[in-house]
Design a protein around this ligand. Structure first.
Ligand code: BMA
Length: 394
């Protein structure tokens, strides 16, 4: 599909943005003197990603999609395919993947994505300059059930708990995987570790996961998070992670911070919202949540993001510009999130349901999705500045 580009030609599209990254640190909000990732030993690419995403927030909105390269509504595991690319002409700027299943050392995750192939797709996305984020629908370490099995578990896996070593073994699987995510350096040279925005224990304010509200106290959750950071970083030497704290919907800054592990343990402040984005009618709530997360993140030198959203099957053909983008742009603070990611496009033939959150070619919202992609504020993969090279300090 010929695409009426919003810039002369995509490659130069990144230049003005790269210049913007240099121009000023962020858009004017008070900043802690030097914001840096929580891991002082983070790799150079991981540090650069942190700095560049903070600087990009408010100047450009990165669009993301879960499992984008692995399958789509009408296909499964076909190299090079992407419902997003086939609809809008470019891959997404952010790739979301899930490592649920890694804890059991089985070959594929809970959505049948083979880890061997996931590793390849992660390197591929990084190679094209995109951002990688990983969530973990971790099974219940006490009952053995899936992530939605809410049998009490957190106290048992904390230090001193009966399943603590069992939990450490699961983290060991993750450490091996995270350190196996390698790709050729983007400026030539040897292999580098792919930086990953790691988003464990997400939607914690909701009650549907064993680590969530009503199944683990706020203090237990914080202890679990802090132990996990220290174990992976200090004990297992995993230094290609940025840590994303991601609640579900929330009604106040206090509620958002209720289970917050602390500034020394978090790089990204995000939330998942499948509720206030259904129609423009709830735009005020949507904008307030975005504003809260942006203000909380900027005050701490962190990165704000809408880590998951979408409406299943996208029933509103104007949803992309009429609800999502209009909602994000409706407030000068709310719009300062670094990225927005919509959930996965399940393969109908395999899952026998219309469980998709991005359009596919020919979907009624495809035209509006192209309009969204062509908005000068929105960035897909082919319009990214180099996020993995640290900008010269201002
Ligand atoms: C949920 C659904 C599930 C899926 C899970 C992890 O939102 O999409 O089908 O297994 O996420 O991707």
């Amino acid at each position: 599909m010929g695409r009426r580009s919003k810039h002369a030609s995509a490659p130069s599209a990144a230049a003005p943005l790269a210049a913007l990254l240099l121009a000023c640190s962020t858009s004017g909000a008070p900043q802690p003197r030097v914001a840096a990732p929580i891991d002082p030993a983070a790799t150079a690419e991981t540090r650069a990603l942190f700095v560049n995403l903070r600087r990009l927030a408010g100047k450009a909105l990165l669009f993301g999609h879960q499992d984008d390269l692995a399958y789509g509504v009408q296909w499964f595991h076909e190299p090079g395919r992407s419902d997003v690319k086939e609809t809008a002409g470019s891959y997404p700027a952010v790739y979301g993947w899930d490592v649920g299943g890694l804890e059991r050392d089985v070959g594929a995750n809970l959505d049948s994505v083979a880890f061997e192939r996931q590793r390849g797709w992660i390197a591929e996305g990084y190679g094209r300059g995109a951002v990688i984020t990983l969530s973990w629908h971790m099974r219940n370490p006490v009952s053995g059930g899936n992530a939605w099995d809410t049998a009490r578990a957190v106290p048992a896996i904390l230090p001193g708990g009966a399943q603590h070593e069992h939990y450490e073994r699961w983290l060991d699987h993750f450490a091996v995987y995270a350190k196996s995510l390698r790709a050729r350096g983007r400026s030539g040279g040897g292999e580098v570790l792919v930086p990953v925005i790691f988003r464990p224990f997400h939607e914690t304010s909701g009650g549907w996961f064993w680590w969530g509200a009503r199944h683990a106290t706020a203090d237990e959750y914080r202890q679990l998070w802090r132990f996990t950071v220290e174990y992976l970083r200090n004990r297992r030497g995993v230094h290609n992670l940025l840590w994303a704290y991601s609640t579900d919907v929330f009604d106040s800054k206090e509620a958002y911070l209720e289970r917050y592990p602390g500034d020394a343990y978090v790089d990204v402040l995000g939330f998942d919202d499948y509720q206030s984005v259904r129609t423009p009618a709830t735009r005020a709530v949507f904008a307030r949540r975005l504003r809260d997360v942006v203000e909380l993140a900027e005050a701490r030198g962190k990165i704000p993001a809408l880590t998951e959203t979408g409406v299943e099957a996208v029933p509103d053909s104007m949803w992309w510009t009429g609800t999502l983008l209009a909602g994000i742009k409706s407030d000068s603070v709310a719009r300062r999130i670094a990225w927005v990611l919509v959930w996965r496009n399940a393969t109908f033939e395999r899952e026998h349901r219309y469980h998709f959150f991005a359009p596919y070619h020919g979907h009624p919202s495809a035209t509006d999705f192209v309009r969204f992609r062509e908005d000068s504020f929105v960035r897909f993969e082919d319009e990214l500045p180099d996020l993995y090279v640290a900008p010269p300090s201002p």
